[in-house]
Design a protein around this ligand. Structure first.
Ligand code: ADP
Ligand code: MG
Length: 633
């Protein structure tokens, strides 16, 4: 057999320590940000109260970390950069009681192997410090030096002796972005640390120590997010979950706003990420991700942190318990809350892009609507009258509900089956499960429709603007879901089946789901070739075109492929059906239809969001109105 290998290469031989370290370094040190992570964690473990990080050229030129921690004993200085040398654990059992960030004793060995490395350290009570230099793994004699208490580490020319790695470094900006992310993780996990980050001499973050996590979050993410954070806290058999989750309006298009810390360490965990997503199900749009900063305190003996070289993934003894804890904590919190998107009028109008662009857009519309009304009133009456009309008479706040109850109930009765059904094109607003429109709806009768799209409603607190489609969609969604759970969606059997021609692949995709569709009230059968016959139809969807519906369902089934489990699929189908059944934007509503819609609002579990998670309503408080119109005090 021909071979190009020489004898030396094919025989087994022991690799040199230098090669071993380089291989190990490849695992732990992927890029400058990994160095920053390891060094920051060492400073945290050394109980520093202040850490300064200086970066030059995205870390390719220099990474310097200075802390005021406990320093390294002069006799241990050479050991600190030896591989598998650590002061943090002694035997294997210790792996299950780790309280420190580090324990593998690999970071300094790896870093000093692939850079020009200098460490200076002084412990409390020592008169001089010690300095140690390592040039690409080659150690110089330690020497005495002057330095403050604590440890300073400089890493220059990272990957100087592994040119391929060095070549793979991305732009300064990209590398610094990764560094900044690592810095952020440590900073969020340790608000009590004073931390500074500089890049090319410019201060990027200067974070004073605080005992309030929210203050640190505000420094990183600004006051708008901070104002939209919700505190959560729960405990289950010694495991604690706490932190902040953001209002659904703050959702992002990636998971980058999700931070999870386990015993002070940033981790990534798919199961817990999923629980977070489930907690927000129906509150944020499909494809958007909630923002959260959550901390788990778990007994170290229930976790294995030694499953990943950078420890960013861990193994839990019972991950189900944590999953349930996370999900139930969020769900309970949200159910107990009023999640209407609160309108805080932005002082920097015009900036609105990004996650909250949609509410801001509506917010501006609302303010301009209110201003137009004000102008109209100005022509006909006094300013005071105008604002009073807009926000409701102040002294009627306590009695308003009672008064309006009566008139609302009356007009609802008149409206049913009368006015609303005259408008053939308008979907009838079913009332759920034989419930009469309740009087509670009457808290809002002073409603008006604007742009054939929004309902503006006077409330005791101010005014609420409701998206008619989004709200009706939510009502339909909940009705369909409720009926599905209580044994079945009401079906309208078709005497003459409706046939739909599909491609053979589409037909088989659809037929594969025959049972599931039947549960949702859609009865389908094979009709020869690739034609499908629809023999029954959900009564609630009587206004939607059955052929379009079936085609859309096929599209959904094809695009969702196998990724969706049954529950997700049902949810998607319910969302789609409710969207089709709901009144549309652009549809003019009669007064009775408006009232019917508002009445059902109060029967929903979550009338604050449409099934895709968009808000159904925005509020503008009386005080915000007063402020906008300059009516102070
Ligand atoms: P590990 O953190 O896993 O123990 P490292 O290679 O990161 O391994 O560090 C080796 C040892 O050097 C640590 O166990 C610690 O005793 C010491 N050390 C490293 N950095 C610092 C620091 N900033 N302050 C005090 N001691 C440090
Ligand atoms: Mg370490």
């Amino acid at each position: 057999m021909p071979s190009t290998h020489t004898d030396v290469e094919t025989r087994i031989h022991q690799l040199s320590a230098s090669v071993i370290n380089k291989i190990a370094a490849g695992e732990v040190i992927e890029r400058p940000a990994s160095v920053v992570k390891e060094l920051l964690e060492n400073s945290v473990d050394a109980l520093a109260t202040r850490i300064e990080v200086d970066i030059e050229q995205g870390g390719a030129e220099l990474i310097r970390i200075v802390d005021d921690g406990e320093g390294i004993h002069p006799d241990d200085i050479e050991l600190s950069i030896a591989s598998h040398a650590t002061s943090k654990i002694s035997d294997a059992d210790d792996l299950f009681s780790v309280q420190t960030m580090g324990f593998r004793g690999e970071a300094l060995a790896s870093i000093s192997e692939v850079s020009q490395f200098r460490l200076r350290t002084k412990q409390h009570g020592e008169t001089v410090g010690v300095e140690l230099e390592v040039q690409g793994g080659i150690l110089k004699e330690p020497k005495a030096c002057g330095c403050p208490e604590g440890t300073q580490i400089e890493v220059r020319q990272l990957f100087c002796n592994t040119p391929v790695r060095r070549k793979f470094l991305k732009t300064q900006g990209t590398e610094f972005g990764h560094i900044s992310e690592q810095f952020t993780r440590v900073a969020l996990a340790n608000p009590n640390l004073h931390m500074v980050l500089r890049h090319n001499g410019k201060t990027v973050y200067e974070l004073p120590a605080t005992h309030r996590l929210i203050e640190r979050l505000e420094l990183f993410y600004g006051s708008e997010l901070a104002q939209n954070l919700i505190w959560v806290e729960a405990e289950h058999e010694g495991t604690r979950l706490w932190g902040y989750v953001a209002h659904p309006s703050q959702s992002k298009s990636t998971r980058k706003g999700q931070y999870l810390f386990l015993n002070g360490r940033w981790i990534q965990d798919r199961s817990l990420q999923h629980a977070l997503g489930e907690g927000y199900r129906g509150l944020v749009m499909v494809g958007r991700h909630p923002v959260a900063f959550l901390f788990l305190d778990v007994n170290p003996s229930f976790i294995d942190v030694n499953v990943h070289p950078t420890k960013s993934e861990v193994r839990f003894q019972d991950s189900q318990v944590l999953y349930r804890l996370m999900l139930s904590t969020l769900r309970n919190k949200f159910l107990a809350m009023d999640l209407d998107s609160k309108l805080t009028v932005d002082r920097n109008e015009g900036e609105g892009s990004g996650p909250s662009a949609e509410p801001k857009e509506m917010q501006r519309e609302l303010v301009s609507w209110a201003k137009t009304r004000l102008d109209e009133y100005k022509k006909h009456g006094s300013l005071f009258e105008a604002v009073d009309k807009l926000a409701g008479p102040a002294d009627a706040h306590s009695t308003g509900e009672q008064q309006s109850e009566l008139s609302s109930t009356e007009s609802l009765r008149e409206g049913e089956g009368g006015e609303s059904s005259k408008l053939g094109g308008v979907t009838h607003l079913d009332s759920p499960e034989g419930m009469e429109h309740p009087a509670s709806a009457a808290a809002e009768i002073r409603a008006m429709q604007v742009h054939d799209c929004y309902l503006v409603v006077e409330t005791t607190e101010g005014i609420t603007v409701i998206d008619q489609h989004a709200l009706h969609e939510r009502i339909m969604y909940e009705q369909l879901k409720r009926r599905l759970l209580s044994g079945g969606v009401e079906i309208q059997k078709l005497l003459m089946p409706i046939t739909v021609e599909l491609s053979s692949r589409e037909a088989s995709t659809l037929l594969d789901q025959t049972e599931l569709l039947a549960e949702l009230g859609l009865l389908i059968q094979e009709f020869g070739g690739s034609t499908i016959a629809l023999t029954g139809y959900p009564t609630l969807l009587s206004k939607a075109d059955p052929r379009t519906l079936l085609r859309d369902i096929v599209e959904l089934l094809e695009s969702s492929s196998k990724k969706l489990d049954r529950r997700d699929l049902i949810d998607e189908l319910l969302q789609m059906m409710s969207c089709k059944a709901a009144i549309k934007a652009g549809q003019r509503l009669t007064f009775e239809e408006m009232e019917s819609l508002l009445a059902q609002r109060h029967l929903c579990d979550d009338h604050h969001h449409c099934p895709h998670g968009r808000p159904t309503a925005l509020k503008l408080t009386r005080s915000e109105l007063d402020r906008q119109f300059g009516r102070l005090g």
